[in-house]
Design a binder for this molecule. Structure first.
Ligand SMILES: NC(=O)CC[C@H](N)C(=O)O
Length: 268
């Protein structure tokens, strides 16, 4: 395997964060292609060329019938075997915001590399739905890492990033699912308060803007090779992206770059 991983940033009609996401992976030292989903459905074998697959943020298919639902259906029906083979290899998969919605609504999360099977039918026990405030909400949030085995989150304990979404509230069908995520360390990141504490008690809108169950901002699969998160690491690539940068000592790279560097360095 090459020491410089090839990265497929997969976009659909309505995706809007693909260029920033490509830039983030490039800054981390990866070799990136910005690929339209139809290119992959026409030439499925292309996915074998990549070590990292990333579904970036945006409004794929206009969020019609629920954010990420149509793109997720495309993945299950038209690219299922391809994705299954990708997950089985020693690859990484990242979904940011709309990408997380796609991973969850296709079942790639929480099932991940171990248990995901493609096909038209599947039982979904978790979803991302409308924020408690009923509005598209854009603001910076603080998070604590709860899944240190996830490749993307290696060495990160707390992190700040901006979020920007309408359908970011994670809901689960039952407590058993939540408990299994805890047992398997699948809760990747949680929204937290200024003292960086977060447990299952849902924090106020100031800290957990969508009202996600157990303050969950992102999920990992069991292997730690798949990550989906609502906030946008690609929007904190430089220290000066932070809204308080003039009052902070940090210069150079922003903390969001670490996720992309961790992914690229996994193949070094
Ligand atoms: N930034 C994004 O990817 C937004 C995701 C989706 N369109 C939503 O509003 O929920």
């Amino acid at each position: 395997m090459s020491s410089t991983p090839r990265i497929c940033v997969l976009r659909a009609p309505g995706t809007n964060s693909d260029h920033e996401t490509c830039y983030a992976f490039e800054q981390a030292g990866g070799k990136v292609d910005n690929v339209h989903v139809f290119e992959l459905t026409e030439s499925p074998e292309r996915l074998q060329d990549y070590q990292i697959l990333c579904i970036p943020g945006g409004f794929s298919y206009g969020d019609d019938i629920g954010a990420g639902v149509i793109f997720a259906g495309q993945i299950r029906r038209k690219m299922g075997d391809l994705l299954h083979a990708h997950l089985q290899r020693n690859t990484l998969t990242l979904g940011i915001c709309n990408g997380f919605q796609v991973l969850l609504k296709s079942g790639i999360l929480p099932n991940g590399t171990e248990d995901w099977t493609p096909g038209p039918e599947f039982e979904r026990e978790a979803t991302l739905t409308w924020n408690n405030n009923g509005k598209y909400t854009a603001r910076w949030v603080k998070m604590v890492v709860d899944s240190p085995q996830n490749v993307f989150l290696k060495g990160i304990e707390t992190i700040e990033m901006p979020l920007a979404h309408a359908e970011g509230k994670l809901c689960v069908a039952n407590d058993d699912l939540l408990n299994s995520w805890k047992a398997n360390r699948q809760i990747a990141v949680r929204y937290c308060d200024d003292s960086h504490s977060a447990n299952d008690e849902v924090l106020s809108e100031e800290y957990n803007p969508n009202g996600s169950v157990a303050n969950i901002a992102g999920l990992s699969d069991v292997s730690g090779r798949v990550l989906g998160l609502m906030p946008h690491p690609e929007r904190f690539i430089k220290a000066t992206h932070h809204p308080s940068w003039t009052r902070r000592p940090e210069r150079g790279a922003g903390d969001g770059l670490k996720l992309f560097q961790n992914a690229v360095n996994y193949f070094a």
